[in-house]
Design a protein around this ligand. Structure first.
Ligand code: PEP
Length: 255
């Protein structure tokens, strides 16, 4: 059985003090659900503080991006080795990175390989835009993002991945995909694409999160679906009570 995994993507939000206050509320609120994999992904400047505050808990820390090179003349970039000092996870290929910062399937592929070789668990984001969805291209886009973004990985590397299916039209819009639609993409596109790359057995073990306007209200329905193995949560991860309620929904679905 795949263990549910809920991660909070704080994006470019919170001052250091606000981040500290959020964690002070979040740590006790998440404690009863230690059998669920949970992580927070703060902005780079807070990684060290967050890691330190989470010591003694089993709440993980993730970065929101990284460069693929280990070091060098890449002004403004952060390397896998640097984040690995504080993080177990790294979000890669988020749609905001693809849309605003020119991330492509090729750069995602380089980053995934580099993250794996540094011992980080990549949370690889895929998902179609509204225009692609309306043009009936969801399967084609998601299949391409997975097969290109995860190209040339070995099955044992595939096992270490987490995928987040995040339809772009659902991110930050308050308009989540229905549980049925998300389940259908997970079961009929994402997992078959993973099976195409790594074989059925490995594909069956990879967690596929759903992301896009997940809230405490819609989480139970989403997590009841057999191929929705958790969530990547944006806006709702900025409020301790709301994020904890989403983790609780995962815990109830796992039971
Ligand atoms: C995200 O950006 O990963 C996300 C899912 O955002 P939100 O939950 O705010 O839609």
């Amino acid at each position: 059985m795949r263990k549910k995994f809920v991660a909070g993507n704080w994006k470019m939000n919170k001052t250091a003090e606000e981040a500290r206050l959020l964690l002070n509320e979040l740590i006790p609120a998440l404690e009863p659900f230690s059998h669920i994999e949970r992580a927070v992904c703060p902005p780079f400047p807070y990684l060290m503080m967050v890691r330190h505050m989470l010591e003694g808990t089993n709440i993980g820390v993730g970065a929101q991006n990284m460069h693929w090179e280990a070091s060098g003349a890449f002004t403004g970039e952060v390397s896998p080795k640097m984040i690995a000092e504080f993080c177990q996870y790294v979000i890669l290929g988020h749609s905001e990175r693809r849309t605003y910062f020119g991330e492509t399937d090729e750069t995602v592929n380089r980053k995934v390989k580099s993250a794996l070789s540094t011992g980080l668990t990549p949370i690889v984001c895929v998902g179609e835009t509204l225009a692609e969805n309306e043009a009936g291209k969801t399967a084609e886009v998601v299949w391409r993002q997975i097969t290109e973004g995860l190209k040339d990985l070995l099955p044992e590397e595939g096992l270490k991945l987490v995928i987040a299916y995040e339809p772009v039209w659902a991110i930050g819009t308050g308009r989540a995909a229905t549980a049925e639609v998300a389940q259908s993409v997970h079961a009929n596109v994402v997992r078959p694409a993973l099976a195409h790359l790594f074989g059925q057995e490995v594909a069956g073990q990879i967690r596929i999160q759903y992301g896009g306007s997940v809230t405490a209200k819609n989480a139970p329905e989403l997590f009841a679906m057999p191929d929705i193995d958790g969530a990547l949560v944006g806006g709702a991860s900025l409020k301790a009570g709301e994020f904890a309620a989403i983790v609780q929904a995962a815990a109830e679905a796992q039971a």
